[in-house]
Design a protein around this ligand. Structure first.
Ligand SMILES: Nc1ncnc2c1ncn2[C@@H]1O[C@H](COP(=O)(O)OP(=O)(O)OP(=O)(O)O)[C@@H](O)[C@H]1O
Ligand SMILES: [Mg+2]
Length: 352
C-alpha cells in the first residue's frame, strides 16, 4: 500500500479545501458508496444524521402514458432514449410488481463493467443524497472496497469516476477503505485498534487497524447478492424476491424452515466460511501485522451481518482457526447499515 495514505486508500490529490459554511462552522460528509445502498452521514461524530438510497434501477419502455403515470406518482425517474429509468428506493417496488430483478450500477463493490447505464445511474443516485455543495471545497469522504482478485484488483476507474463527479459538485473527495471506516465508526474507545468487517451486498471488506493505521485490508467479492442469486437459482425464484424474504424473515439461530430458508442457511454458512478462509490466507501472507499483545476487538457491520445469529456463527468460524493475534470480543456495530458512512464522516472530520 505504498501509494496509499493513512486512510488506507489513494490520496485525493486535490487542492486546498475550506469546507467552511457561510456561518463559519465546518461541514463534512461521509458517504458509503455500496453495491446495494448508498448511505450518507453528516453532522458530528456522536450523533450524525444519516440518509440512504437504494443503488439500483428498473427500466420500462417509454410511452407518454407511462411517463405521466410515474410523474403523477412522484416516482424518481429519467428518460433515456426509448426507456424510462426508475432509480433508487422505488426501483425495488417495481421489480416486485413485475416479478423481476432490479439492475445495479455496481457489482462486487465497484462500477459494473457489464452495465452500460452504470455511471449515469450511480451519479443520479449519489445526487439524491449529495446536493451541489454550498461551501466550495467541503470535504466529503467516501468508502471504497479493498481490491479483490475476482474483480482484477482494479479500483482506479471506480474511484476516479466518483471523485470526478464529487469534485464537479463542489466537494473535496477523500477515499476511505470500507473496513477501516467500520473501525473509525465503532472503535474510538479502543483507539481505533481492532478489526472492522463490513458484509454488504456485493462484498465483504475487512481491515485490521492499529491506531487507525490499516496493516491489512482485504475483500471477498461475495456478499448478500451472492446469497440471493445462489438461493434464487436453487429454488427457482428471482433474486430480488429472495432478498425480500431474507431481509424480513431470516433467523440464523433457527434451522429448518421451508426450502428458501434452508437454502439461505446453507449459503450464509458458505459465505462465512469463505470469508474466514480468505482472511486466514491474507493474514498468513502479510508481513505487516503489528505486534500487539492486547486482544483485537472485532466489529461486524453491513446489511448481511444483520440476521439474528450471524455474530455467533461468524465467531465460531473465526475461533476454529488459529490467528497470529488474540481474538478479542466479536461484536455487532451499533447500527450495521450506517457504520461505513459514519466512519467515513469520522475520517472527513479528522482532516484539517
Ligand atoms: N435484515 C437483513 N437481513 C439480512 N440481510 C439484510 C438485511 N438488511 C439488509 N440486508 C442485506 O444486506 C445487503 C446490503 O448491505 P449494505 O447496505 O451494507 O451493502 P452495500 O454497502 O450496499 O454493499 P457493498 O459493501 O458490498 O458494496 C443486501 O444484500 C441486503 O439484502
Ligand atoms: Mg458496504
Amino acid at each position: 500500500m505504498d501509494d496509499r495514505n493513512e486512510h488506507g486508500s489513494e490520496s485525493s490529490g486535490s487542492g486546498s479545501h475550506t469546507g467552511q459554511s457561510q456561518s463559519g462552522t465546518r461541514t463534512r460528509i461521509g458517504l458509503d458508496v455500496g453495491t446495494s445502498k448508498v448511505v450518507s452521514a453528516r453532522g458530528d461524530n456522536v450523533s450524525p444524521t444519516t440518509d440512504s438510497q437504494l443503488n439500483a434501477f428498473f427500466d420500462v419502455p417509454y410511452s407518454a402514458l407511462h411517463e405521466q403515470g410515474l410523474k403523477a406518482n412522484r416516482t424518481p425517474f429519467y428518460r433515456e432514449d426509448d426507456r424510462l429509468i426508475v432509480y433508487g428506493d422505488a426501483s425495488e417496488k417495481f421489480a416486485h410488481i413485475f416479478n423481476a430483478n432490479v439492475r445495479r450500477p455496481m457489482a462486487k463493490g465497484i462500477l459494473n463493467p457489464h452495465e452500460p447505464q452504470a455511471t449515469h445511474v450511480l451519479e443520479t443516485v449519489l445526487g439524491t443524497l449529495v446536493p451541489v455543495s454550498r461551501n466550495p471545497g467541503e470535504l466529503l469522504a467516501f468508502s471504497v472496497p479493498a481490491a479483490a482478485p475476482e474483480t482484477g484488483h482494479e479500483l482506479t476507474y471506480h474511484e476516479e469516476t466518483i471523485k470526478r463527479y464529487l469534485k464537479g459538485r463542489g466537494y473535496t473527495p477523500l477515499a476511505v477503505n470500507e473496513g477501516l471506516a467500520v473501525v473509525l465508526a465503532e472503535l474510538a474507545k479502543e483507539g481505533f485498534t481492532g478489526i472492522g468487517i463490513s458484509c454488504g451486498g456485493g462484498m465483504c471488506n475487512v481491515a485490521i487497524s492499529y491506531l487507525s493505521i490499516p496493516s491489512l485490508t482485504m475483500s471477498l467479492a461475495h456478499g448478500g447478492d451472492f446469497i440471493d442469486s445462489s438461493v434464487g437459482a436453487v429454488v427457482n425464484e428471482p433474486a430480488t424476491r429472495v432478498k425480500a424474504i431474507k431481509e424480513e424473515t431470516l433467523d440464523l439461530t433457527r434451522e429448518g424452515g421451508d426450502k428458501i430458508d434452508k437454502a439461505l442457511h446453507i449459503y450464509y454458512d458458505r459465505l462465512i466460511e469463505s470469508l474466514v478462509d480468505e482472511l486466514g490466507k491474507a493474514v498468513q501472507k502479510t508481513p505487516k501485522l503489528p505486534r500487539n499483545d492486547q486482544p483485537m476487538p472485532i466489529v461486524l457491520a453491513g446489511g448481511t451481518s444483520k440476521p439474528n445469529g450471524f455474530r455467533d456463527r461468524f465467531e465460531k468460524a473465526l475461533r476454529r482457526r488459529s490467528w497470529p493475534f488474540q481474538v478479542g470480543d466479536v461484536r455487532m456495530a451499533s447500527d450495521p447499515l450506517t457504520a461505513t458512512a459514519r466512519g467515513a464522516l469520522v475520517a472527513a472530520l479528522a482532516e484539517r
